[in-house]
Design a binder for this molecule. Structure first.
Ligand code: ZN
Length: 383
């Protein structure tokens, strides 16, 4: 494989994708470009659209082992365009970096997967096993019509996956310095406390639900701190107060109603029922008139990645000369859906320093190296 031609091919495809405003979940034709490339390589394509989201499964081969590449074509909005050095939808190379929305998250890695596959099939047309592409346009927003629909389809056609590489930007400073094999889950809670409106001059702290909420928040903080269930691979459970809203618009009364919105990021060692029980028990001690709603946005997961971990480490080490760490921090990922299929999962992608920010950019050398890393992983599993 020649570096210059790898670089040219991966840049060309990444730029093509960046030019398309595929703000989640509207794909706007990105997937047509990928499908066209995969079709030419002999992949069998199955479209799995759902509401406004576009999804597809592309398959090459029928036997095991099955290696899947998972990615998304949707992007987050560009923010304030005036703050970008270059138009976020007009990909521009400056000082070795390619600027554009989605360059890192994750049109760059998707392009690297496609180019690596083109090379791989050129040199190994009769490979072992099966190569899959699982691509969605609903990852950045709700993720209710994306990978979950692909997983449902895979289950219905009994398609097994042994190994899955997700192109999410897992690297921190240098390409390949970090990979992920799990994520924390996300649980939200809306707690509304009803009280009696009182004149400030004739009320005590006990009448004011703001003080009750302050105590509750402090005590939840203590509970979460004492859970101590972190592991080397998964950061500890944390919680944040997202909002405190009262119905009060006067300066001389206490509020009648207060709502607090909380979010818990929990690791896989913690049962959701345990958090709920602890917190409801705490609130009940206050003898309040309240209403509580729990919303589970995503479950925590950890994937046990025996062989795949070694294969990925070898590929990173071979081309980057480093050993990746495994730090599963950050938000959730579509790996949580794939995990249901029992696959070994690793997130391996570009440097995440500028993702979801103005001036998102990727090193063009990293794009080239990522093609080679993905290629080596494919070669190790499928030949
Ligand atoms: Zn992403």
């Amino acid at each position: 494989m020649n570096n210059i031609s790898i670089l040219n091919s991966v840049l060309l495809l990444t730029k093509k994708l960046i030019r398309i405003k595929s703000i989640s979940p509207i794909d706007n034709g990105c997937q047509d470009i990928l499908i066209d490339r995969l079709n030419k390589l002999g992949f069998v394509i199955q479209l799995v659209p759902s509401k406004s989201a576009s999804n597809f499964i592309a398959r090459h081969g029928i036997k095991e082992p099955t290696l899947a590449f998972l990615g998304h074509t949707d992007i987050v909005g560009p923010g304030n365009i005036c703050n970008w050095y270059f138009n976020p939808f007009n990909p521009t190379i400056y000082n070795g970096m390619l600027y554009g929305r989605g360059s890192v998250d994750m049109k760059g890695s998707l392009s690297a997967m496609i180019i690596a596959t083109e090379y791989f099939l050129k040199y190994h047309p009769r490979h072992f096993g099966t190569l899959l592409f699982l691509v969605t346009s609903d990852e950045e927003a709700n993720a209710t019509d994306g990978t979950i629909k692909i997983v449902n389809k895979l289950t219905s056609i009994k398609q097994k996956i042994n190994y899955c590489i997700i192109g999410e930007p897992s690297s921190i400073y240098k390409l390949g310095d970090n990979i992920k094999n799990g994520r924390r889950g996300s649980l939200s809670c809306n707690l509304t406390i009803y009280s009696r409106q009182k004149h400030v001059a004739y009320s005590s702290i006990l009448d004011n639900p703001i003080y009750q909420v302050m105590n509750i928040i402090n005590q939840i903080s203590e509970i979460i701190k004492n859970l101590n269930l972190s592991s080397v691979m998964i950061p500890p459970t944390t919680f944040q107060v997202i909002n405190i809203i009262t119905d009060n618009s006067y300066i001389n009364t206490t509020p009648k109603k207060i709502t607090i919105q909380l979010n818990f990021r929990f690791n896989y060692k913690l049962k959701i029922s345990f958090i709920k029980k602890k917190i409801e028990f705490l609130i009940n001690k206050y003898n309040l008139h309240y209403q509580i709603n729990w919303i589970l946005s995503s479950n925590a997961f950890i994937s046990y990645t025996g062989e795949l971990l070694n294969i990925v480490k070898d590929a990173i080490n071979f081309y980057q000369g480093i050993n990746p760490s495994i730090n599963n921090n950050g938000g959730t990922s579509d790996g949580r859906f794939i995990n249901e299929l029992g696959a070994q999962i690793i997130e391996l992608g570009l440097v995440n320093k500028t993702i979801h920010q103005e001036n998102e950019c990727v090193s063009i050398t990293d794009l080239q190296q990522l093609v080679k890393i993905y290629y080596r992983i494919m070669k190790n599993i499928l030949t």
